[in-house]
Design a protein around this ligand. Structure first.
Ligand SMILES: Cc1cc2nc3c(=O)[nH]c(=O)nc-3n(C[C@H](O)[C@H](O)[C@H](O)COP(=O)(O)OP(=O)(O)OC[C@H]3O[C@@H](n4cnc5c(N)ncnc54)[C@H](O)[C@@H]3O)c2cc1C
Length: 258
């Protein structure tokens, strides 16, 4: 884990209120794993005191650059949405554990809403390792679904939206379950809202697919000191684990889903 200041190279709105920020990151491009995240200081007048966590969306080892994909929600992300080329970015990271790339025959990557953000990096890594890949993307509507074309370069993409404006009008678990029924020896990697992850965890158990979920909890420090991001686990030694330090990626079966 490092704390460093770097420069924004590009900041583009890629979907409604969703911004892709590219920045110099020689400090970590060679060590960062898919699923890890960074804590970003949202500097500016009346900026929030606490850093905000974002999954690593992309890295380019050759140019020593990285990207995050952020959705404008509150004050912190609003400040980040205004960043311009050359502005400074104060980062702590890489943080957390990241996904474990398994030896399954087929790899199902499932992202809902902004849970899509860290999965492009993961899908690229799986593709680099010549893994057989199926990608499930879901959002409320087509306008809230960024990066579809980038994912299509990596494998088959199955889209579902709540309003049916793109792909199938259903929740992500419908096409995922169809695929799990027919394809044996699959691993699932998922990121998105808790309710979605809980359903995917149940599917993982039902179809005996190793399922990893990347959880989001509000967090402050990002490295296990403040204990703000505790999540209840099924573990005989400890009742809680920290999303920032022990996660954000967990085996779905280890979580005591509420
Ligand atoms: C490990 C991790 C990785 C993340 N990766 C990404 C990412 O890649 N891209 C991205 O856009 N976001 C990501 N998030 C969520 C992101 O950190 C929050 O959206 C951000 O902190 C909001 O800051 P803010 O100051 O703009 O909003 P705040 O003023 O803090 O909050 C504004 C509103 O958003 C709600 N909110 C805050 N945090 C979250 C959250 N985690 N989930 C749902 N609602 C929330 C608040 O309840 C409030 O209603 C991640 C979170 C975690 C824990």
């Amino acid at each position: 884990m490092k704390n460093f200041k770097t420069a924004v190279l590009e900041n583009k709105e890629v979907a409604k209120n969703i911004f892709k920020i590219k920045f110099k990151a020689e400090q970590f491009v060679n060590e960062v794993k898919p699923g890890q995240f960074i804590e970003v200081l949202c500097a500016g007048e009346s900026a929030p005191f606490l850093r905000r966590p974002f999954g690593i969306h992309g890295i380019d080892k050759k140019s020593g650059t990285s990207e995050i994909l952020i959705k404008k929600l509150g004050r912190g992300t609003e400040i980040l949405s205004f960043l311009k080329k050359g502005d400074a970015l104060d980062i702590v990271g890489p943080l957390g554990n990241g996904f474990e790339l398994t030896n399954a025959k087929t790899h199902f990557v499932a992202g809902g809403g902004m849970g899509i953000a860290p999965l492009l990096f993961l899908a690229r890594e799986l593709k680099n390792q010549n893994k057989n890949l199926k990608i499930f993307l879901a959002a409320r509507s087509a306008g809230e679904l960024p990066c579809v074309e980038e994912f299509r370069k990596l494998g088959e993409v199955i889209i579902s939206t709540d309003d049916g404006s793109l792909g199938e009008k259903c929740l992500i678990n419908t096409p995922l379950e169809r695929a799990l029924k027919t394809i044996k020896d699959a691993a699932v990697y998922a990121c998105g809202p808790h309710a979605m992850l809980r359903c995917i965890a149940e599917l993982g158990v039902k179809y005996k697919a190793k399922t990893q979920v990347s959880l989001e909890e509000k967090m402050a420090c990002g490295f296990g000191v403040c204990q703000g991001c505790a999540v209840e686990v099924k573990n005989k030694d400890t009742k809680y684990k920290m999303v920032c330090k022990d996660g954000p990626v967990f085996n779905a079966e280890d979580i005591a889903w509420p």
